[in-house]
Design a binder for this molecule. Sequence first.
Ligand code: NAP
Length: 320
Amino acid sequence: MSTETQTPIRIGLVGIGKIARDQHAPTLAADSGFVLTATASPHGRLLDIPAYPTLEAMLDAHPEMDAVALCTPPQVRHGLAHSALLRGKHVFLEKPPGATLSEVEDLAATAARVNKTLFASWHSRFAPAVEPARAWLSERRIVRARIVWRENVRVWHPGQDWIWRPGGLGVFDPGINALSIATALLPKPFFLTEATLDFPENRQAPIAATLLFSGSDLIPITAEFDWRETGPQIWDIEIETDDGRLRLSDGGAVATVHGEGGAKGQVLVAGVGQEYAGLYRRFAGLIALGTSEVDLSPLRHVADAFLLGARRLTDAFIEA
Ligand code: NAP
């Protein structure tokens, strides 16, 4: 085994908004595998880090940079990622990896052509209870699954106009996190059979959605996404098996098993945070291996919902 110390990856953060400040910057500061070299954002900046208004200006000033992490809204991500790849940088994409399936496929092809790493990250898959839950489920036969993701948009997305515009995904912005977990947990592929999307009459993206999926083994999977929840916030996935029921709660932080083979209400795992530390470890690993990771399945389910879903108009959403 080599004892050689790896040179840290020099990285630029693009799009200094909520997630860049809350997760990317502190995670990079704590990870000796990376050095945060500079940021690019029209207005946002981080204390003591060189800041530029655009990606191009940042890359011109720092030709030594190895990689960029894109934390912008999805609508502008393809152009930024494409430029960064063509300038020889590895690229980490926040979720969702783009505004359309085709543009992300184009990025994957570009990354392969220029021999750089493209990582389409799904942070919820790195929540602490997801892998233990997957292992528990892999020994059982799944009978049905129910996803409930209900939160208050005013609390979690204040002032984020982009989220209501075409390509912003609306309630699917958090809902896609649930789908990223479900596509990692359930052992067989599944597909949408029915959906209803509720659009505020003054917005271009849904505030609520109900989805029904089926799969090759015909197990029913339901999902309920709602942004109007002012009571307790719920990010739960409940999976019924032939040997007990598993509940993944708090967005994948806690897994509890109930019934038959297991003790009643036994907590399998209850963890906190660390999703972004795991994401950056994966990104560094992919760069070291010279490979990419681009799983489009969560975004494909969302695209299917926009294709197949019945649309209903609902009350206007006024933020103030
Ligand atoms: P946000 O607070 O609105 O931040 C996005 C930032 O992107 C804005 O502040 C804006 O910077 C910047 N930006 C816009 N266009 C740009 C461009 N062309 N070049 C460089 N920067 C640009 O949004 P967010 O909540 O951080 O979410 C960003 C992405 O992360 C979304 O895809 C979201 O789904 C994902 N995400 C968010 C969370 C969360 O908890 N918020 C969690 C996980 C993932 P200026 O302010 O400088 O104009």
